[in-house]
Each structure stands twice: as structure tokens, then as C-alpha cells.
Design a protein around this ligand. Sequence first.
Ligand SMILES: *[C@@H]1O[C@H](CO)[C@@H](O)[C@H](O)[C@H]1NC(C)=O
Ligand SMILES: *[C@@H]1O[C@H](CO)[C@@H](O)[C@H](O)[C@H]1NC(C)=O
Ligand SMILES: *[C@@H]1O[C@H](CO)[C@@H](O)[C@H](O)[C@H]1NC(C)=O
Ligand SMILES: *[C@@H]1O[C@H](CO)[C@@H](O)[C@H](O)[C@H]1NC(C)=O
Ligand SMILES: *[C@@H]1O[C@H](CO)[C@@H](O)[C@H](O)[C@H]1NC(C)=O
Ligand SMILES: *[C@@H]1O[C@H](CO)[C@@H](O)[C@H](O)[C@H]1NC(C)=O
Ligand SMILES: *[C@@H]1O[C@H](CO)[C@@H](O)[C@H](O)[C@H]1NC(C)=O
Ligand SMILES: *[C@@H]1O[C@H](CO)[C@@H](O)[C@H](O)[C@H]1NC(C)=O
Ligand SMILES: *[C@@H]1O[C@H](CO)[C@@H](O)[C@H](O)[C@H]1NC(C)=O
Ligand SMILES: *[C@@H]1O[C@H](CO)[C@@H](O)[C@H](O)[C@H]1NC(C)=O
Ligand SMILES: *[C@@H]1O[C@H](CO)[C@@H](O)[C@H](O)[C@H]1NC(C)=O
Ligand SMILES: *[C@@H]1O[C@H](CO)[C@@H](O)[C@H](O)[C@H]1NC(C)=O
Length: 704
Amino acid sequence: MPSPQRWGRALLLLSVALPGAESKIDRKSIVQQYNLKLNHSHPYSPVQVGNGNFAFGVDVTGLQTFLPHNTLSSWGWHNSSLPTTPNQTLPSDYTGVYWWTHDRLVNYAQPNPAQKEISQWMIANPHRINLGRVGLWFGGIAGGNVTEELLAGQNQVLDLWEGTITSSFSINGSEVQITTTASPETDTVAIEICSSLIKTAGLGVFFDFPYATGRNKFDAPFVGLFNATSNHTTALQTRDRGAQITHTLDATTYVADIAWKGYARISRLHEDEHKYILAASQNSERLAFTVTYAPRASNTSCTPEAVKRDAKAWWANYWSTGAFVSLPSASNSSANELQRRTILSQYLIAVNGAGKDPPQESGLVNNGWYGKFHLEMVFWHLTQWAIWDKWDLLNRSIGVYQRFLPTSYERAEKQGYDGARLGKMSDPTGRSAPGEINSVLIWQQPHPMYFAEMEYRSFPTEKTLKKWNDVLVGVADFMASYAFWNSTTNRYDLGPPMYPVSENTNPNATINPTFELAYWRFGLDVASKWQARQNQSIPESWTHVHDNLAPFPTEEDAYVTYEGIPDMWTTSEYTEDHPGLLGINGWLPPDSRVDPAVFNHTIEKVYETWNFTYSYGWDFPLFAITEARQGDAERAISQLLDVNNAFDEVGMPEGGTRVPTPYFPAAAGLLLAVGMMCGGWDGCDGPVWPVDWQVECEGFLRAM
Ligand SMILES: *[C@@H]1O[C@H](CO)[C@@H](O)[C@H](O)[C@H]1NC(C)=O
Ligand SMILES: *[C@@H]1O[C@H](CO)[C@@H](O)[C@H](O)[C@H]1NC(C)=O
Ligand SMILES: *[C@@H]1O[C@H](CO)[C@@H](O)[C@H](O)[C@H]1NC(C)=O
Ligand SMILES: *[C@@H]1O[C@H](CO)[C@@H](O)[C@H](O)[C@H]1NC(C)=O
Ligand SMILES: *[C@@H]1O[C@H](CO)[C@@H](O)[C@H](O)[C@H]1NC(C)=O
Ligand SMILES: *[C@@H]1O[C@H](CO)[C@@H](O)[C@H](O)[C@H]1NC(C)=O
Ligand SMILES: *[C@@H]1O[C@H](CO)[C@@H](O)[C@H](O)[C@H]1NC(C)=O
Ligand SMILES: *[C@@H]1O[C@H](CO)[C@@H](O)[C@H](O)[C@H]1NC(C)=O
Ligand SMILES: *[C@@H]1O[C@H](CO)[C@@H](O)[C@H](O)[C@H]1NC(C)=O
Ligand SMILES: *[C@@H]1O[C@H](CO)[C@@H](O)[C@H](O)[C@H]1NC(C)=O
Ligand SMILES: *[C@@H]1O[C@H](CO)[C@@H](O)[C@H](O)[C@H]1NC(C)=O
Ligand SMILES: *[C@@H]1O[C@H](CO)[C@@H](O)[C@H](O)[C@H]1NC(C)=O
């Protein structure tokens, strides 16, 4: 236990928000202090509106005029045609590969060198699609060829409290003002354009639709191909004050339903392209419409006013409920930057990371890993919702464990294990993409135990016990069955083959990684408690594995990544990437086997040897949580503000040297770290902030 003085409680003001109680913090003024105020398009990162299942990214015009920023959803996916190579024409032809696993051959879903085409197809399909582009159509202005350089007085504000972007500029002396809002309920964008140019120069909007190919693992910053026009079709159907454009890409079909106010008309620009122009047809200086993207046509059309009203109410409620932190931004530039990152991350995570499935690493901004989501990253994306007391948003996607349970049982059975083995790089059907790392990584398995236990701490009810029981039993059975009884040492080993969290070791040599040993014990412990709470007997195998797992591997008085790792601290490939071994005391509540002195020594060894320029994503929040639990708030903050952990001007967490921007585990991880520094954990009531910072925290839940 760190000494209480280092927590610097004296100057901290802690108020606990009671249900229905007024917030003591003036949340609105803090949130609006970080409203985006821009005067140019960001070449890479869009400004976004969205609702967790749908997001619309824009340039300086408030639309996708100059830059084809993306419109992504949780439901829009596409399969390319299957390969035509003989014997590789169907997913069922794919066989995976066999690797020796403790003297037996186990089938792993990895690319099969003898089945390259179908293996790659299963990696790249289905891929997430860009639903379409909506931009300003300049009519007769500058011969229709307006570039951003021709605009003057650009001024764009994203009002975070209301979820609306207001963009204004002038062309040739005429003012244009545009508001952009996404509905919190449907995948609708409401757009209102005011300008005399609508009347005098035919200013309107265009809609365009790209094809999807699955050719790029990272399809960033722009998703889809706008020039493969003969590979897909669109069809326009008009009605009074509205139209429906049906877009068909192979087996994928969806509609863009457009509903406008007043008199306007829509027409297709060229028969062989997918561009449609909407223009006001009377003497109007205003063009207001909604565009709703949906898998199928429906009759629920909405007005721009209703979308704006709903968004305003939703965002005000979002900011007003759950936890909130006020940092001393006026007097301290680090606090100001941390507050900026916190507020913008809260906004962006609600837009990009609160859908029906767990988010992909790049959210709904662009595509990483073909748009698929990773089950091991679920911890970093979603745990912050629990700490910030926003269970409704967590619950939107946490059912993924239940939904994927049947495919998880199949996976384990095919490999000769009991129970349910969770996959990794996933599409909404629960299929895990072939991959060497994908197939042998194991740290995603105990995540449901973490979420279940957090939920039970807040909602200790029968309903919670029931909700998680099947998942916990399935996963715990797998975890017990996966552990290998070593009759020489009389203990259970984890692996080989396996990849640890850091994915940088030889999988056939990796055995007993420190973090996974601790997490296995944590997971089995929660699963056992779950049975006890329901007066059910605890399977003996769970207890036996829990009690007899191999000890944490140490070398020279420090924990190491895995047992027998050669020259860990002097081999550069081992002193980079995720420092997962720190997770045994910080990320996880300290395992009873953790020796605090050895752990301290391990932290110092990591600091001495680690290549921080190669670190990314949640590494910095992990360091921060580790330091906070050590009672060192200064070091925790310096990790969150590390130069290699940058957030750009629109608040997107940068990918750094490894992955494209944004990489949202860094943003959600930041919220988790900040949340734990406010709410504390078992044995520390929190907050944990530097003594000279005046920090106000309200409504945070305590971590384990
Ligand atoms: C945007 O604002 C910055 C800072 O005020 C200024 O330097 C820059 O010239 C402006 N750019 C445009 C396109 O107006
Ligand atoms: C893609 O193909 C797979 C396998 O046939 C199927 O399960 C999935 O539903 C398809 N997805 C789409 C979006 O067509
Ligand atoms: C492809 O399948 C056919 C019929 O199932 C079989 O005769 C043939 O040997 C297979 N070819 C290869 C290259 O596996
Ligand atoms: C691991 O061992 C299997 C055989 O069981 C082998 O096919 C594979 O190439 C090995 N992987 C690595 C990364 O060495
Ligand atoms: C600006 O307006 C003037 C006069 O109306 C016109 O001659 C000129 O072409 C316009 N420029 C552009 C870029 O539209
Ligand atoms: C549009 O304007 C840009 C920049 O002024 C110019 O480079 C380009 O050639 C123009 N395109 C057309 C089709 O006129
Ligand atoms: C289509 O656009 C892509 C970029 O989006 C480009 O790489 C490609 O060369 C273009 N193809 C053709 C035929 O113009
Ligand atoms: C479009 O279809 C043609 C003809 O089937 C095909 O050759 C081409 O590769 C397709 N383009 C893309 C981008 O998939
Ligand atoms: C929409 O409503 C019209 C008139 O009520 C009806 O004819 C049509 O079938 C409906 N369409 C859908 C997709 O429900
Ligand atoms: C049992 O553990 C020892 C010590 O780690 C190891 O050398 C041996 O390979 C293990 N036995 C099996 C069958 O894995
Ligand atoms: C570990 O380090 C922390 C802070 O750095 C210190 O408070 C604690 O006493 C140390 N524990 C041991 C056992 O050295
Ligand atoms: C650390 O990582 C950076 C970025 O990937 C790399 O350029 C550099 O060579 C690495 N340094 C060492 C000592 O490995």
C-alpha cells in the first residue's frame, strides 16, 4: 500500500453524485470550453457527429465537400466475391493449420499456405463499408470548381454539449452557413444550409456512393472506391419532398433516404456514375434535409428540427449523467491538456465506441483491420463506461459475449478443449479472422469475468448473476481445460503455443507469461465466486487450476514477460510493445502472489529499458494506472501526456509509428486511467492526483 501522503488528499475535493442529485461541477461550461473551433479542413481527421452505431465525418464545410471523410456504421458490411481457385471457393473449404500443442495436433484458424486465396478472403471479409458522401455542390460558382482555397472567413464550431457542428464561410463575398447534426436514435444526419447562393448560383448538395473492396487492411483516411462505378449500382426513387437511393454492392443493399423541407429536386448527374444532386428549385435561401442510412427502407422520416432537438437532449443528458472530472485547467497547462483530452475523448467515444458491437480500434472514423473489432481490446474500449457509471452505453455491446457463445464453444470443441474459447479479430457473426496471432492469443478470455464482477459490484442482483452465468461457466471451463498439467513440476502451465499480450515472442516457446497467469487466476476466482453466490458447487477443475498455476516467472528479482525468456532486459525486441507484465498490479487488482518489492523493481527495469517511441495506444494508460496504484500521481500524469501519446487538434488519439490515427484504445484507456485516479480502487478511496492540483471528481465508481 502506498503511503497516504502521496495521494495528496488534503487539497482534493471529492463529491459523490447521488442519483438525481445536482452536479456540483458546472459541467456545461467545462465541456463547452473545449468545443472545437476550426478554420480549415483537417487533412486526416474529420470532425464528427454520430451516435455510437453511426458516424458522419466532415471537413471545414460541415459536409464531405473537399475531403471524402467517411460515413460508417455498425451494420454496413460487404463481402467481395469468393475466390475461384479450385477447392478454395467457399469458407467451408478453409481448413486452418495444425500446430503441435503439448504432444497433440491442434487446429488453429491461421492462414493456410496451401489455401492462400480463401484464407485471405476470410481475413478481408466481410469488411465495413463507407455508406456514402454528402458534399456541397457549387452549381455555377467558379465554373463549379471550388476548392478550399477559394473560401474566406472559415469558421467551424462543434458544440459538444449539443452535438451540432456549425460551419460558415464566404465564397466571393456571399456567406454560407451550414449546421450538421446526427440523430441519437437513427442513422440520420440533419443538414441545414443557409445562403443567398442557393437562390443566385444554384448552390446545392451532392450525394455519392463508393464501392468496397477489402483490399486494404487499413483503409485510412478514406474508405471505399469512388471510381469503380461499374461494379455497383444505385437507383433513385423520388416522392413528394423526398427520395430514396438504393445502393447495391454485390450481396449488400441499403438505402439512403433523403427528406427535405420546402421545394427542391434531386437528379442523377450521369447515368454511369453514382452522384446525385439536390438543389432548391424555388427562390429559397435555405436548403434543409435529413439523410438516413439504413439496411432497408422504412417510413420513419424525420425533420432536421426533430434531429437537432433529439441530439441536444441526448448530449445534454450524456454530459450531465455519470461521472465527471474538473481539472485545474486555468492554472496549469498539463491539467488543461488532460482536461481537453478527457472531454474530447468522452465525446468521441460516445460517437465511435458505443455501438451494438464492440468498437474497432479506429471507431467509425476509418477502417483498421478491415473494419473488424478485436475481442482482446474490449477491455480497453469498454471498461471506462463502468468506471464512469454509464452502464446503458456499456450494455449496448457487452452482450457480445453471450451472442458469440455458440461460436466460442465450437472453437474450443474443434481444438479438443472444454468450454468456450473466445475469438479475436471478429465480424458481427462471431467468426474470428484467420491469423497466427489471432488464433493463439489468450488474454481476451478473462475479460467477461472483469465486466461481470464490475457489474455485480454495482448491481448485486439475481438478474446480474443470471445475465453472466452461462458466459462465465463456458469461459472458465475453457480456461481450466486450456491449462496444462505438468506432471514433472506438479503445476499448471499456460502455453505453448501462445502469444502473450505483447505479441512479440516466439509462440512455440512462450510459456507462463506473467500477465496471463495473473489474469487466469483472476478469471477463475470471479467465476468461482459467481457459482458460490448462486449456491452452486464450484467445479473442482477451476479450483485446482487456480491454486496450482505456475508461479510468476522472475529473473534477477524482477518479473519477466514469460518463463525462460532469454535476456529479457537486454534484448530490444522484448523491451518494446505493450508492457503487459505491469498489468498484474494496477490494471488487475494485485494478485496475492505479487511481491511488492519485486514488482517495484520490475517497474524500474521497464523504465530503464523500454523503447517508449515504439509504444502506442493503451500502453500509456496502462503505465498511468500502474503508477496511480503505486501512489505516484505525477508519474501517472506524465504517462498520459507522454510525447508518444499524442491527441490531435480534433481530439483523435494518434496511432504513432504503428497504426493509423485514430487508435481509440488510447482515448478509452485515458478515460479509464482518469476514472481510476478519481474513483480509486478497493483499498484506496481515491482520488489520486498531485497534491497541488485542485481536482473535483464526482460520480466515479471504484475499480477492483
Ligand atoms: C486559421 O487560424 C489561424 C490562427 O488564428 C491562422 O493562422 C490561419 O491563417 C487561419 N487559416 C485560415 C484558412 O483562415
Ligand atoms: C459474408 O459472408 C459470410 C460467409 O458466407 C456470411 O456469414 C456473412 O453474413 C456475409 N456478410 C455479408 C455482409 O454479406
Ligand atoms: C480438389 O478437389 C477435387 C475433388 O474434391 C480433388 O479431386 C482434387 O484433388 C483437389 N485438388 C487439390 C489441388 O486439392
Ligand atoms: C510453431 O510450431 C509449428 C509446428 O507445431 C510450426 O508449424 C510453426 O511454424 C511454428 N511457429 C513458429 C512461429 O515458429
Ligand atoms: C465572383 O463574382 C463576380 C461578380 O459577380 C464574378 O464575375 C466572378 O466570376 C465570381 N467569382 C467566382 C469565384 O464565382
Ligand atoms: C479547378 O481548380 C483547381 C485549382 O484552382 C485547378 O488546379 C483545376 O485545374 C481546376 N479544375 C477544373 C476542372 O477546372
Ligand atoms: C481509383 O481511385 C483510387 C484512389 O481512391 C486510385 O488509387 C486508383 O488509381 C483509381 N483508379 C482509377 C482507374 O482511376
Ligand atoms: C470491377 O469489376 C471488374 C469486372 O468484373 C473487375 O475486373 C474489377 O476488378 C472490379 N473492380 C474492383 C475495384 O473490384
Ligand atoms: C410506406 O408507407 C406507404 C403508405 O402508407 C406504404 O404504401 C408503403 O408500403 C410503406 N413502405 C414501407 C417500406 O413500409
Ligand atoms: C514441465 O515444466 C518443466 C519446467 O518448466 C519444463 O521443462 C517441461 O517441458 C514441462 N513439461 C511438459 C510436458 O511441458
Ligand atoms: C514500492 O514503491 C512504492 C512507491 O514507489 C513504495 O511506496 C513502496 O513502499 C514500495 N514497496 C516496496 C515493498 O518496496
Ligand atoms: C525504438 O523504436 C523506434 C520506433 O519504432 C525505432 O526507430 C528505434 O530504432 C527503436 N530503438 C531501439 C533502441 O530499438
